[in-house]
Design a protein around this ligand. Structure first.
Ligand code: MN
Ligand code: MN
Length: 296
């Protein structure tokens, strides 16, 4: 099977996962159950989650996943982003949808969805990332909303979710060109006109990653060494959640300490700076000779 066919396979699985997400994201649903259901579906399809299932409620834009024993539920009248990654031997499909539980938030979600499709319509070899950002910005502002300027799409390579080139949601001074045969994730984020149009980090961290190449060069105490070995074997350098580690309690203190000392990297939860609701849609696309193919 060619590389493109592998990426297509991953994309097909991601579509099933999104269909399931549309079914199970409901007011009152447990966020832990949603994450586990979607991640299990990916595994049942013969793939692995490329990162923990991200659930972003209201002003949460990215990097939240259910924590161990999470009891939180989808609140009423909320806007919910579901962002999933499917990895088939490192061929990754990265895709996100927004589910709206209040009709008043529908136009916001619609602005991100249409911005994504306007961008995709324009994608072909040689288009600049700045032009894509400009299309996304124009579409979202034209509908009365604001793009999030410090979140971007990205190139995808095998086993590498954020490979080099970034694709902004606003025009930029200097653009780079998309190339035929390459894979990119396009992901417009939008908020209201009252919002700041940017995200900031919070103190909450639910998703982590190690650098499996360098972690063993650091001075590790016995417990830390055991944990590093487990993390490297299970996840290599891919993002993970403590939910995926059986008997995590035994490692809890070592894990906290390694996060504090920078041996484990934590992704802070990102929220809209002024607390306004955020919408996101994302597709992974393949740039063909005269346009692009949506893989997700
Ligand atoms: Mn994503
Ligand atoms: Mn992405």
């Amino acid at each position: 099977m060619s590389e493109l066919e592998r990426f297509r396979e991953a994309g097909l699985i991601s579509r099933k996962v999104k269909e399931e997400a549309y079914r199970i994201v409901r007011e009152g649903a447990r966020i832990l159950e949603i994450c586990e259901t979607l991640e299990d579906l990916i595994r049942r399809e013969g793939a692995e989650p490329a990162f923990p299932c991200n659930i972003g409620v209201n002003e949460i834009a990215a990097h939240y996943t259910a924590t161990l024993g999470d009891v939180s539920r989808i609140p009423p009248r909320s806007i919910v982003k579901v962002d999933v990654g499917v990895s088939l031997d490192g061929y990754i499909a990265d895709t996100a949808i927004t589910i709206v539980l209040d009709p008043r938030l529908e136009p916001l979600a619609e602005s991100a969805r249409i911005a994504l499709h306007e961008a995709i319509k324009a994608i072909k070899p040689g288009i600049s990332t700045s032009k894509i950002g400009s299309i996304i910005h124009k579409t979202i502002t034209g509908m009365g909303f604001k793009p999030i300027r410090n979140l971007t799409g990205h190139e995808i390579k095998r086993y590498n979710l954020h490979a080099g080139l970034s694709i902004p949601n606003i025009p930029t001074r200097r653009g780079e060109r998309l190339r035929e045969g390459h894979i990119y994730a396009i992901e417009p984020f939008a908020t209201t006109m009252r919002g700041a149009g940017e995200v900031v980090s919070t103190k909450t961290v639910a998703i982590f990653r190690i650098d499996s190449e360098t972690i063993f060069r650091k001075r590790l105490k016995d417990e830390e060494y055991q944990l590093a070995k487990l993390l490297a074997e299970r996840f290599d350098s891919l993002p993970y959640t403590p939910r995926w580690i059986d008997g995590f309690d035994k490692f809890r203190r070592a894990h906290e300490k390694m996060v504090r000392t920078g041996k484990i990297y934590g992704y802070p939860v990102l929220v809209e700076r002024l607390g306004e609701p955020v919408a996101q849609f994302e597709h992974t696309v393949y740039v063909s000779s005269n346009g692009c193919e949506i893989l997700t």
